[in-house]
Design a binder for this molecule. Structure first.
Ligand SMILES: [Zn+2]
Length: 194
């Protein structure tokens, strides 16, 4: 039975080496921000820069490892029914909504939700890295580098499966940004299996 992350919220949990995390989009067009820290040393964390560097690609899918800042593999994507995710953009935050959307009383966003969920694990907000943005569809113009956030390609029931390569602390959200989710906030489901 799947665990449910309600719309515009987040959670954190441990994932042991060898366990698999399945992230499911139950309704379609919903992004989930994922961060991962090494459980026994939170100074080690997923690294967008290293992962993209070693993959020589910005779009990652089945078979791609997610590296840490110390170049260890923390997670590997072992199944992916969508094939489009983002690993460039930082979690949406109150500042995102203030700066990009002009909100006067902004929601705390994925960043605030992750900070809240990771606090019991002793992880302060400033340690939160660029997230692996599951199902986020960021279009990149190859010559100018211009980016545009498009509706996710995920449909109801689509999933991505990660395998932990070390003992990890995972932060996971149902994203709170209008643009990223085609202007509708939906839940995210996840399952952990060994
Ligand atoms: Zn978000």
């Amino acid at each position: 039975m799947a665990n449910v992350i309600p719309p515009r919220s987040g959670t954190a949990f441990t994932l042991a080496r060898g366990q698999r995390l399945t992230v499911i989009d139950p309704c379609g067009e919903q992004v989930a921000d994922l961060v991962a820290f090494r459980a026994d040393d939170i100074d080690e964390v997923i690294s967008s820069g290293r992962t993209i560097d070693y993959a020589s690609r910005i779009f990652l899918t089945t078979g791609d490892p997610l590296y840490s800042n110390r170049s260890n593999v923390l997670l590997e994507i072992v199944e992916d029914t969508v094939g489009r995710h983002d690993f460039l953009l930082t979690p949406c935050s109150a500042d995102t909504f203030r700066i990009i959307y002009g909100d006067k009383e902004p929601h705390r966003g994925c960043f605030g939700n992750l900070a809240h969920a990771l606090k019991p694990y002793g992880i302060p907000p400033d340690r939160i890295p660029v997230a692996f943005n599951v199902f986020m569809n960021v279009e990149v113009d190859g010559s100018s580098g211009a980016i545009a956030v498009r509706p996710p390609l995920s449909r109801a029931g689509d999933r991505i499966v990660f395998e932990a390569k070390l003992d990890l602390i995972i932060g996971l959200t149902a994203c709170s940004a209008l643009q990223s989710n085609n202007h509708a906030f939906k839940p995210i489901h996840y399952e952990i299996s060994s």
